[in-house]
Write a protein that binds this ligand. Structure first.
Ligand code: UDP
Ligand code: MG
Length: 315
């Protein structure tokens, strides 16, 4: 029995690329079906993340034209990660054997899916797509991503460097994943923590086919901070140690001041005073901010709101 594959693509305002993406993927699927790698009832699902352009209408047209194209439409924009979760959740506990997730803009090389499926057919449960170079991304994007992965590792969060959300997971992994109940999911940290048999497939990351990035700097920063705070409490420890150091230093200053007083030096310590006040005030604010960040997370988790709301299905 050949395995049934579902390809899940989050799409937000992707009207310029969606036709091309569909054609490329259908062609690759046909080839894989011909090569007996996957079953003939394998399919593609677009998760429309509340697009404001014609994306959903185009998906509807594609669904009519090709029986292999399906769709899920969110009631509004819930973000890339939630679109991925919706796609994976949809096929958990079904007859789908593998789910591959990739971006709708063809930046991830769809041909790598063939290698992923081969590895899965050999028994791997998770196959990560890893970029071997990303010259097509801007200098800033590469730099910020690299710094982010390094920092995450420093904080003890295991991620796969240069892997975004292009991966294959099988039904076993989907089942394990469904046990993760937190609202705020950082998928790139969760999958490596699930375990099972894993493999990597290397590919060259291309430039976007059309349209522009939906990840402006602000979204990138939020994403990075979420990743850190939902996986690690080390920032709290870091701030605590910083606070201890500051207190020690100000203690030494105090000794120095007393010493100068008893030995009759004239103390013109205004600059020192101002610096201390500002440094300590700033530190306190920072510490409160960090603690607040975690309390905010608890607040969000406790509410247990739905991660996304689906308005319509094309099955
Ligand atoms: N995306 C989404 N919701 C969003 C932002 C992006 O579903 O709020 C999708 C987008 O359509 C694309 C993928 O997530 O398929 C990656 O986004 P993008 O290519 O803009 O990010 P970049 O490659 O620039 O990091
Ligand atoms: Mg992209």
């Amino acid at each position: 029995m050949n395995k049934k594959l579902a390809i899940v693509l989050p799409a937000y305002n992707e009207e310029l690329v969606i036709d091309k993406t569909t054609n490329v993927l259908l062609e690759i699927m046909d080839q894989m079906i011909a090569d007996q790698l996957i079953s003939s009832d394998s399919f593609i699902t677009y998760v429309d993340d509340g697009s404001r352009d014609k994306t959903w209408n185009l998906i509807k047209d594609l669904h009519i034209k090709y029986k292999r194209v399906r769709g899920i439409h969110f009631s509004r924009n819930f973000g890339h990660q939630n679109a991925l979760i919706a796609g994976m959740t949809e096929y958990t506990g079904t007859d789908v054997d593998y789910v591959v997730t990739l971006d709708a803009d063809l930046q991830d090389d769809p041909k790598a899916i063939i290698k992923m499926v081969k590895l899965a057919n050999e028994g791997k449960n998770v196959v990560y797509g890893v970029r071997n170079y990303r010259t097509t991304d801007t200098w800033f994007k590469r730099f910020s991503a690299q710094t982010f992965y390094k920092f995450m590792n420093m904080l003890g969060v295991q991620t796969i460097p240069n892997h975004s959300d292009f991966r294959l997971v099988d039904q076993k992994v989907l089942n394990a994943f469904s046990e993760y109940d937190e609202r705020d999911m950082f998928l790139r940290g969760i999958f490596p923590s699930i375990g099972f048999g894993t493999a990597k497939v290397y590919y060259a990351r291309k430039a976007r086919e059309a349209g522009e990035s939906k990840y402006p700097l602000k979204k990138m920063i939020t994403f990075a901070l979420d990743g850190i705070t939902s996986f690690s409490v080390r920032p709290i420890i870091l701030v605590r140690n910083l606070g201890l150091t500051m207190v020690t230093i100000s203690g030494l200053f105090l000794l120095y001041t007393l010493w100068s007083y008893f030995y009759g030096y004239v103390e013109d310590g205004w600059p020192m005073l101002m610096v201390s006040i500002w440094a300590i005030g700033g530190l306190q604010l920072l510490a409160i901010g960090v603690v607040g960040e975690y309390i905010g997370k608890i607040f969000i988790e406790v509410k247990h709101r739905p991660r996304y709301i689906i308005e319509q299905y094309l099955k």
